[in-house]
Design a protein around this ligand. Structure first.
Ligand code: GLN
Length: 235
């Protein structure tokens, strides 16, 4: 295929807890398979490129999250990307702003409306390890991550969570994240794709159409996963 373009959306607003690592992991795992790939970091005063293959959105505090939503709505680039069935992977604040609305600093804010979901505020902040069983159809090992958010997310009827929670809160203590076509949302930081390389490869498979990606040396990712899953009593 031609060069895979991985777009990191608004690093100046949405990049908490090392979420930029998601971009680095995808890039590295593509290059390691001989897939030509480049990364593009698009600041919030720049226009989103129209022909990205994978768009990554990270977490953020309430103020930057609200600013990012306004700018993304005005830009329209993510709507175009979604219409073109680009791959979108969004974390925490980035995940919340895919829905119709979210709360930031006590105010209800309009989201992008790309997926039928909305977020409100929970009774307390959800902070700590997050783990769950990923939707079986995706055929992936357990999800592991770190969460830190005040919001709770409610999926529309028929919209599927990415995982079922076994530790932590995620959307609502039952479901975690969303899986809608080639869009994934999650509350998992970590960064998520470092802790869940199988999820990174899922995104690469979707973006390249290549079903059989060559296996990589998972010594270090395996150690990280084993440690974090053991911390919540899972293997
Ligand atoms: N501001 C959002 C919340 O607290 C998202 C936080 C985050 O991205 N870590 O719910």
């Amino acid at each position: 295929m031609s060069e895979l373009t991985i777009v990191w959306v608004y690093p100046d607003l949405l990049s908490t807890y090392g979420d930029r690592g998601n971009m680095l992991i995808l890039h590295r795992r593509a290059l390691a398979r001989g897939i030509p790939a480049r990364t593009v970091e698009v600041r919030s005063d720049e226009k989103l490129p129209a022909h990205g293959d994978i768009y990554l959105i990270g977490g953020g505090e309430d103020g930057p999250q609200a600013s990012a939503a306004e700018r993304l709505i005005a830009d329209g680039g993510l709507h175009r990307a979604a219409a073109d069935r680009a791959v979108i992977f969004a974390v925490c604040a980035g995940y919340q702003l895919l829905g119709s609305s979210f709360f930031a600093k006590g105010e209800k804010c309009a989201g992008l409306g790309l997926v039928d979901l909305h977020s409100d505020r929970g009774p307390s902040r959800a902070v700590g390890e997050l783990a769950g069983d990923i939707a079986p159809e995706l055929g992936l090992p357990p999800l592991t991550g770190f969460e830190n958010h005040g919001g709770r997310t409610h999926l529309g009827a028929g919209v599927r969570p990415l995982a079922t929670v076994t530790t932590g809160v995620g959307n609502d203590s039952v479901g975690e994240g969303v899986w809608a076509g080639t869009i994934l949302g999650t509350y998992a930081h970590g960064p998520a794709l470092a802790r869940n390389p199988a999820l990174a490869d899922l995104l690469l498979r979707w973006a390249t159409g290549e079903e059989n990606l060559a296996p990589l040396d998972e010594t270090w990712t395996g150690r990280l996963r084993a440690e974090r899953l053991a911390a919540v009593g899972r293997s």
